[in-house]
Unconditional design. Structure first.
Ligand code: ARG
Length: 588
């Protein structure tokens, strides 16, 4: 194997070399190398146990012989990786200074790092369904989670070689349109796509319209009729519907631009309206769905809850719903995009919906022999809480608009920056405020285990101490300034580097080598906080190194290896933050 490589893959390769032809190891042997508990080493190979079981051999014996063979034939020496057999027959691997040296010497750039991170998901087609707000309404604070988590997951998957398809499944076909269309008539409203406040006006119109429908049976019926007209393709209603959607999308796009989020497709619920008929027919004829009180529903008798709780795929008035559209969407993603995995990023309240959706889709598509069923995963998240421990709201009890929240983040960051560094010029200050403010909001969200709720706190997220974006951004800035002061570019001045030596250097090198493992775990669990924790640990480890080991010293080899450690830390830090969607800075 040639550098740069994936460390776990490298160890597997060496194990396979050593075990080939060895007595007791068959062709089905897989080393199963994974990150280890830090007390025992950096990696652990677990594959000997099932192998020994198959061959009815003593696993410790096999493992011991394997370690001996590796020492003999695979070029491992005590200087590279220390190995030992543990427990019933695991093999632990611990990095040694020679190995650190190799890694540090070979993994220099963002792209080296990427090569070292490519893994099992290389070339896999992964559809990520994220953000997906409903149109005719503004995005509120809750939408930050799906948007930011979804974007980070896409970047992490792509970095490891997956081919992602980013799809914004907007809710553009709901009952809200009946009310809006009725209200447009009633108040004789003129929609103006160019107006910057157009979405706010639509929201207001919706509020007034739904008040009317609550007060008058007649207006409610009118709203229903408008919806039916829209669904039957009435040209006037369709053109208003299009206007409403472009107003919404324009406002969404401003937020996506600010957050650095992009999509390959925006295929909302309306896109699937012609495919729902097929869903009804197939589910009914396959006996998966049945009529119940006029509606078409699916039960899952094998499931403790869903044997009683139905999954409605057609309403009693004959209309399709969220479930029908989602079923049609899966088929589209398989047929058109050859999806091998589909990831849905939504809040935790939709867990039942997705569980029932996945069960239904699997039963349905099993009958399509040409289809390879993709892996379906629901990446759900908890609620953002206010300081009072309840779902976050404005003072007057309204949902907080995402646009306002982001503007406030930038404003608050500007104040912090002005206090911290009054020497920045106007332009620099704007840039720092934007990166720090938006980074803080994103990082506060990403650094929490997504399945929990978290309390939104400006003070905490903008703090320069602790596991926050400002702290990490500051670590990057500090490394950049070391190079600036030395008159060097990162990566320069390291030719004479000798092997890492001091305790802090070793600790930093070890942490750098663990990047690929942390990323891999974050991606396989689809939990960005694992990457955040890693980066925070890296920043802390760097800081101890920097406090205890002077970089610019007289002995050339020492200075060179410390500059090298600084440059590698910068590469890993910037790469990691970029994967989280956080833009780094030169100064702050
Ligand atoms: N529009 C939905 C909402 O606002 C989210 C859609 C998620 N994606 C999906 N395929 N169901 O809650």
């Amino acid at each position: 194997m040639k550098w740069p490589f994936h460390i776990a893959a490298f160890i597997e390769d060496r194990i396979l070399q050593a075990s080939s032809g060895m007595e007791g190891f068959d062709d089905a042997f897989t080393p199963d190398v994974r990150p280890a508990d830090a007390r025992f080493g950096e990696f652990q190979a677990n594959g000997v146990l099932p192998m020994a079981k198959r061959q009815k051999k003593n696993p410790r014996d096999l493992a011991t012989r394997l370690v001996e063979a590796m020492e003999d034939k695979s070029g491992f020496s005590g200087d590279d990786l220390a190995m030992n057999v543990a427990g019933p027959g695991f093999i632990n691997f611990r990095f040694m200074p020679g190995f650190y040296h190799e890694w540090l010497d070979n993994i220099r750039t963002h792209s080296d790092l990427q090569t070292a991170c490519r893994g099992a998901i290389t070339d896999k087609v992964v559809v990520v369904d994220f953000s997906s707000p409903n149109t005719a309404k503004q995005m509120h604070v809750g939408h930050i989670r799906s948007s930011v988590i979804g974007e980070a997951l896409c970047r992490m998957l792509e970095f490891q070689g997956a081919r992602t398809i980013r799809d914004n499944h907007i809710g553009d076909w709901g009952t809200q349109f009946g009310i809006l269309l009725m209200a447009i008539h009633h108040f004789d409203t003129r929609l103006d796509v160019e107006n910057d406040e157009a979405l706010e006006e639509l929201e207001e119109l919706y509020r007034r319209g739904s008040k009317l429908t609550r007060e008058s049976e007649e207006k409610l019926e009118e709203a229903r009729q408008e919806l039916v007209k829209l669904q039957n393709g009435d040209p006037e209603n369709l053109s208003r519907w299009e206007q409403i959607n472009s107003i919404s999308q324009k406002a969404f796009q401003e937020i996506y631009n600010l957050l650095g989020i992009r999509f390959d497709y925006v295929l909302g619920e309306s896109f699937y309206q012609d495919s729902v008929e097929n869903v009804y027919t197939e589910l009914e004829s396959l006996g998966i769905a049945k009529e119940s009180e006029g509606a078409l529903v699916v039960f899952h008798p094998e499931h403790p809850r869903f044997k009683k709780q139905s999954f409605m795929v057609r309403k009693s008035d004959g209309a399709s719903n969220y479930a029908t559209t989602d079923l049609a969407t899966i088929l589209h993603r398989i047929q058109e995009w050859k999806a091998e995995e589909i990831i849905y990023v939504t809040d935790g309240r939709q867990q039942d919906h997705f569980e029932q959706l996945f069960l239904t889709a699997r039963k349905w598509l099993k009958h399509h022999p040409e289809i390879n069923m993709p892996k379906l995963r629901h990446v759900w998240f908890g609620t953002i809480l206010g300081e009072d421990g309840k779902a976050i709201k404005t003072r007057s009890g309204e949902p907080i608009k995402l646009k306002d929240l982001l503007a406030e983040a930038i404003e608050r960051a500007r104040v912090t920056v002005e206090n911290k560094n009054p020497d920045l010029d106007e332009k620099e200050r704007d840039e720092v405020a934007r990166h720090v403010g938006l980074g803080a909001v994103k990082y506060a969200d990403l650094s929490q285990n997504r399945t929990g709720d978290y309390v939104f706190s400006w003070e905490k997220m903008l703090s320069l101490e602790g596991n926050t974006a400002p702290y990490l951004l500051y670590a990057v800035v500090r490394i950049r300034s070391i190079f600036r002061k030395a008159g060097l570019n990162p990566g320069e001045g390291e030719d004479a580097a000798d092997r890492v030596e001091t305790e802090e250097e070793l600790a930093l090198a070890r942490q750098l080598l663990l990047f690929a493992s942390a990323l891999e775990q974050a991606t396989s669990d689809l939990r960005p906080h694992i990457l955040c924790t890693y980066l925070y640990d890296l920043a802390v480890t760097f800081s101890s190194f920097y406090n205890a080991n002077k970089v610019m010293v007289d002995e050339e080899p020492t200075q060179a290896r410390r500059l090298l450690l600084c440059a590698r830390t910068l590469t890993v830090m910037e790469t990691g933050l970029h994967l989280l969607g956080i833009e780094t800075l030169e100064k702050m």
